[in-house]
Design a protein around this ligand. Structure first.
Ligand SMILES: Nc1ncnc2c1ncn2[C@@H]1O[C@H](COP(=O)(O)OP(=O)(O)OP(=O)(O)O)[C@@H](O)[C@H]1O
Ligand SMILES: [Mg+2]
Length: 153
């Protein structure tokens, strides 16, 4: 189902969540930014594990909860950022994030709600909705390439 720049995807299992991430990883290009928003346990990290597979990252992806960012080398660099522990995004961190967020790699940000508006412009937003045993995602992207990859996953 599509609605302008939005695509809605029902994601019944963790395997489906990885497959969605993988499809987007395969379609990803340098500079793509995925902002992941939604409650605890909604599947954000699971999505990034699939994204890494789609980018041909050979190493396993774990949650960067105790650091701000993990970097993985694949077809493109993958920068996996988790802002959960931050009250707010300080200027210094912002500058280092900006290099990636506008750079040559692919960035995925968990708890992207905390990013300032300047860093959100033009990004692909995934809003995770937690259901009892499944998940639903609203993907909002200016890129038709990414919307159709999500719709086909
Ligand atoms: N589509 C899905 N349906 C059902 N369970 C899922 C789905 N996607 C992920 N899960 C499961 O939900 C749990 C939490 O997933 P994950 O750690 O990816 O969430 P998260 O959003 O990163 O959590 P946090 O907010 O703590 O960072 C895991 O057990 C995972 O296997
Ligand atoms: Mg997580």
């Amino acid at each position: 189902m599509t609605d302008g720049d939005s695509v809605f995807v029902d994601v019944p299992t963790p395997e489906c969540m990885r497959a969605l991430g993988e499809a987007l990883g395969r379609a990803a290009r340098a500079g793509d930014r995925f902002l992941l928003e939604g409650p605890f346990g909604a599947g954000k990290t699971t999505f990034v594990q699939g994204l890494a597979e789609g980018l041909d990252v050979p190493t396993p992806v774990s949650s960067p909860s105790f650091v701000i960012e993990n970097q993985y080398r694949g077809r493109l660099m993958l920068y996996h950022v988790d802002l959960y522990r931050l009250e707010r995004v300080e200027a210094e961190l912002w500058e280092s994030l900006e290099e990636h967020l506008y750079g040559e790699g692919v960035t995925a940000v968990e708890w992207a709600e905390k990013l300032p508006d300047q860093l959100r412009d033009g990004a692909t937003l995934l809003r995770f909705e937690l259901r009892d045993t499944s998940r639903r995602i609203a993907l909002v992207s200016p890129e038709e390439r990414l919307r159709s990859a999500a719709a086909a996953a």
